[in-house]
Design a protein around this ligand. Structure first.
Ligand SMILES: [Fe+2]
Length: 222
């Protein structure tokens, strides 16, 4: 029955949040990224009458641990264009999608959170004159986002990474970076933080990554 996993939320009220999270993780691992990002209302609290199929509740990795900040670096530019795809005619490189959620500190999804991404191009260069491979977007009502871009190139001194600023409405900005598993330079880049590793899988010639942010979103339960 569709309501079955909703009842597992009751365990949190009884002081067993870990079992809830573990169960939600088990529920979600079998769900593909497109299914996860494409389905309508995903939240248990949005459940409709039992005739409507219930999409999985988003998995919040650890609501007690906010996503760690990282240095902004020298290449951030304000006023990036609003867009979910950074691809432009002639953009070279391996196609990459990054999808996920922005959660508050108690795992509630944050709607209309700002995500501002910037990154190096396929050759490891940032566009500091214009806005190539720079763009911002907002999470939807479910707290979900999807970025379409390319795998960033390497440049001296750093492992492969994306830069991002995340901000729940009216809250402080989190500046951080996202990393790719299996990169040799992850072992030598002093900025690398394994807590910021995306899940990345190959999808034909492209890569599909997921990452969920946990930020202070204010309000009840933060
Ligand atoms: Fe960088």
């Amino acid at each position: 029955m569709a309501d079955e996993h909703i009842h597992t939320h009751d365990t949190e009220a009884e002081g067993r949040p870990v079992s809830r999270k573990t169960l939600l993780k088990a529920t979600l691992v079998a769900v593909s990224l497109p299914a996860l990002l494409g389905g309508g209302a995903a939240l248990a609290r949005d459940r409709r009458p039992s005739d409507a199929p219930l999409a999985p509740t988003p998995f919040c990795d650890d609501g007690d641990d906010p996503t760690p900040p990282q240095t902004e670096g020298p290449y951030f530019k304000p006023r990036s264009p609003e867009r979910v795809s950074l691809l432009e005619p002639g953009t070279r490189g391996t196609r990459l999608t990054v999808g996920g959620y922005v959660f508050g500190l108690t795992c509630q999804p944050v709607a209309h959170a700002l995500l501002d991404f910037w990154q190096a191009d396929d050759a490891g260069a940032y566009d500091n004159r214009g806005f190539r491979l720079r763009g911002h977007q907002y999470t939807d009502a479910r707290g979900a986002f999807t970025l379409t871009t390319i795998v960033p190139g390497l440049y001296p001194g750093r492992t492969r990474h994306l830069h991002v600023k995340v901000q729940a409405p009216g809250r402080p900005v989190l500046t951080t970076q996202l990393y790719f598993p299996g990169e040799p330079r992850n072992h030598t880049d002093p900025l690398f933080n394994a807590a910021l590793l995306m899940n990345v899988r190959q999808a034909g010639p492209a890569k599909q990554a997921t990452f969920d942010f946990v930020v202070d979103s204010g309000g009840p339960g933060r």
